[in-house]
Design a protein around this ligand. Sequence first.
Ligand code: PLP
Length: 438
Amino acid sequence: TQYGEKPDIIREKSAALYEKAKSYFPGGVNSPVRAFKSVYGTPLFIEKGDGCYLWDADGNKFVDFCASWGPLILGHNHPKVREKVVEVMQNGMSFGAPTALENELAELIISNNQYIQKIRFTSSGTEAVMSALRLARGVTGRDKIIKFEGCYHGHSDSLLVKAGSGLVTFGETSSAGIPKSFAAETIVVPLNDRDAVTKAFEQFKNEIAAVIIEPIPANNGLLLQDKEYLEFLREITRSNSALLIFDEVISGFRVGFEGASGYYGIQPDIITYGKIIGGGLPVGAYASSGEIMSHISPEGGVYQAGTLSGNPVAMAAGIAQLTELLKSGFYKELNAKTAEFAESIQRYASAKNYKLKVFQIGSIFWISFTDKDKIQSADDVDAAGMEKFKVLHRELLNRGIYFGPSGYEVGFISSEHNKTELEKVKRSIFEALDIVFK
Ligand code: PLP
């Protein structure tokens, strides 16, 4: 083929399933980004995952870098996780009553994380963050929160808010169906901007309950912040008696067992978790000091509940997965492997003068079509580069490599991505880049 493009993969079965799905679900999906709107083609319907591989309905095999959007740090269908889940399922799947498994997972987490003392399990990251905000408001008796443009915290009402036109503004809703009065409680500021946060605290003195941030923003590309900036947020929240919430739904157990808090050595007031904590099953959590958590019902006045919270099967998956992560050298090896992978792609692109930067932290990486050495705010992301990402995505699928279907999404490497496979993937990425930049 021209320029060395490979023929597009066959997706007849996926396409037929997608047609059917469109008659059942809005846009044919149960979560919007799955619809492949930002890349070529129709969504692949996945039939099976094992280790670092995925198979779609047409039998195409891919090396997977989406990892179900982050939870699968041990790859797909890890035997230890599967066996524990199957074992626990033999005794039933949900009781709506306490089980020893909740204690076991909490013990694993809390005894290995110096930043938290008590935890509450939920069934998703969205729920965890929504509850953390309610807790912060309940503890401080204040209503307003500060969030950052370019951070995603799930789809609860007060968080689907984007920056308005001014520097320090009340946000505008970024979804229909959100009352303006909710958005009015959310102040949106740019990342990596001290003045904006300082001004917000001046303007709304004694009104701000919390500042919420993804300490490793990974939902709008990978917008790595300076440690000093996170420390500044710690100081300014403390001196204004507001709480600092780290949303570690992605970074938690990803950049290390203690997540970004441990990575930067910063003590937030509340931390939210999701994804990895559930081993691929639906789990979220929020955690804090014993004192702050004592405000939650039934101990305190902040109500939060869930029929499936602490579900035994989900706890089992979390226990099995986190036990593996605690094994000596786990993160060292995974992070080194990812750094090496990112560096080789960067070296290739630089040698060819391609306008491309690979950002990486822990086992998270992001390929950005830019020449900036640092991208630390949403405004710095080169939107024009997304056209290049579309081509890259297609060329990678054609070479058996699955990336999340948007250039704003990061990639994840798991313990199952072995060196031999990563070498092959790198060569395919080089080929694909030659086509992107032809
Ligand atoms: N917070 C962050 C940082 C996330 O990345 C996500 C999901 O991607 C969420 C919250 C919401 O989690 P969930 O999709 O499990 O509701």
